[in-house]
Design a protein around this ligand. Structure first.
Ligand code: ATR
Length: 278
């Protein structure tokens, strides 16, 4: 039987996951098909039961189901347990097991842009939602010199910074802006800069140091207002395409045991978004 993979979330109509996964399956001559399913909150339990009954081999989970799905799975892998969220489910015999590839996906995309090991860097994460927590936890395992979190609501960051035993603190956006020269890498994880608020930035880069790498995990638009500001200042930048591809490649590997061609996946995304990566 042809293995079926998929994505559950809401909305999913504009998701590029089917494009990149189906292309990777074809590229590797693997039998299988990936489909995006829109699932309402109230239907989540039934959807998981349906996936189980239909023998679906694996699926991605996106907003708003990443946390709620955990209670319907048989087992949660360590990668998802520490994050408190699942973005990938794999059928293992009769069990549905939850994983999270978001943090590792980000790290995979970040590393080629670094000229030093993470352990020698002072890093600021902007935002304290699910994505920030995933990135925080993954980076913490690489023991950066400093790993701070700036959020509009700093208390939300307080809830997870204690997961890092090294140097870390939760600050307001204004405090971070004031002391931006302290950081080698900034990682923007909030929704600020997404459609329709494409001209908004979470903070000003006026005090960022010349060698600072500014990352934004948003990939639509490819170049957020924050990345434009960074470029105008001559700073290095990294957009969210790499993280999107990175997490997808890791999910694909969990399901199929194969490593997809990430450059091909990236070119599909860039073609769809109609731009060049910055
Ligand atoms: P995700 O799971 O994608 O990370 P989320 O959990 O909804 O999304 O988190 C959204 C993040 O964007 C939060 O850090 C949120 O800040 P608060 O914790 O203060 O709500 C941040 N955010 C959203 N809109 C914002 C805005 N207009 N200005 C600043 N931060 C914003």
């Amino acid at each position: 039987m042809k293995p079926i993979y998929g994505l559950i979330g809401n909305p999913v109509a504009h998701s590029m996951s089917p494009d990149i996964h189906n292309a990777a399956l074809k590229d590797l001559s693997l039998d299988g098909y990936y489909h995006a399913f829109r699932v309402e909150n109230d239907d989540l339990e039934d959807a998981v039961k349906g996936m189980r009954a239909l023998g679906i081999q694996g699926f991605n989970v996106t907003v708003p189901h990443k946390v709620a799905i955990m209670k319907y799975l048989d087992r949660i892998d360590e990668s998802a347990r520490v994050l408190g969220a699942v973005n990938t489910v794999r059928r293992e015999k009769e069990e549905l097991v939850g994983y999270n590839t978001d943090g590792e996906g980000f790290l995979k995309s970040l590393k080629p842009s670094l000229d030093k090991p993470v352990s020698e860097l002072s890093i600021l994460i902007i935002g304290a939602g699910g994505a920030a927590r995933a990135i925080f936890t993954t980076l913490a395992s690489e023991r950066p010199k400093r790993l701070d979190v700036a959020n509009r609501t700093p208390e939300k960051a307080e809830a997870f910074i204690q997961l890092y035993s090294g140097q870390t603190k939760a600050v307001s956006l204004a405090e971070a802006e004031e002391h931006l020269e302290a950081y080698d890498v900034l990682i923007q994880t909030t929704s600020v800069g997404m459609h329709p608020h494409v001209d908004d930035v979470p903070l000003s880069l006026a005090r960022a140091k010349e060698t600072c790498l500014v990352c934004d995990i948003i990939y639509n638009p490819l170049k957020t207002a924050l990345l434009k500001e960074a470029e105008a200042k001559g700073l290095h930048t990294l957009n969210g395409v790499g993280m999107f591809i990175g997490q997808a490649a890791l999910s694909f590997g969990l399901w199929t045991g194969h490593e997809p061609d990430m450059e091909k996946m990236k070119s599909i995304v860039l073609r769809k978004l109609g731009g060049k990566e910055c």
